[in-house]
Design a protein around this ligand. Structure first.
Ligand code: ATP
Ligand code: MG
Length: 139
């Protein structure tokens, strides 16, 4: 196993509900190091660019409206096997299917308003880190 970096977003629903601290506490307890962080208010265009892979989906319009609806906290996390481990700590996309103790089980309120994003593969992690932290030398 190798040290990896992955991108996470605490989505507008969880920021508005006051769960930034709760979620960062879980990241820290799960042996992730925060190596970059930015509070952003995505424009609709930025949300569309970030989720471009879902452009053809029926939920794309609603998803990108949601993601541009308020502040979101974007972070790069580092750790052993970080990409797959973050996905485990997040839980299933639909909170109804998320395992007990996962972030989505605890804080998501629907399949769309599901509290957090996490990169799903090394290629997407590299792309997404560059999307939010272009040219930034990470800590
Ligand atoms: P993310 O990419 O945000 O980490 P994910 O990889 O678990 O989530 P994706 O399939 O990539 O899930 O979907 C991206 C996001 O689109 C989901 O996190 C959720 O906010 C929204 N979404 C996915 N499926 C649906 C759906 N059926 N209806 C509404 N929104 C959805
Ligand atoms: Mg995804």
């Amino acid at each position: 196993m190798a040290t990896e970096r992955t991108l996470t977003i605490i989505k507008p629903d969880a920021v508005a509900a006051g769960h930034i601290g709760d979620i960062i506490k879980i990241f820290e307890a799960s042996q992730f190091m925060i190596v970059a962080a930015r509070l952003v208010r995505l424009s609709k265009k930025e949300a569309e660019g970030f989720y471009a892979v879902h452009r053809s989906k029926g939920f794309f319009e609603s998803l990108t409206n949601f993601m541009s609806s308020g502040s979101a906290l974007v972070m790069v996390l580092e750790g052993e096997n970080a990409i797959a481990r973050l996905r485990e700590v997040m839980g299933a996309t639909n909170p109804a299917n998320a395992a007990p103790g996962t972030i989505r089980k605890l804080y998501a309120t629907s399949i769309e308003h599901n509290a957090v994003h996490g990169s799903d593969a090394p290629e997407t992690a590299a792309y997404e880190i560059g999307y939010f932290f272009p040219g930034v030398a990470l800590v």
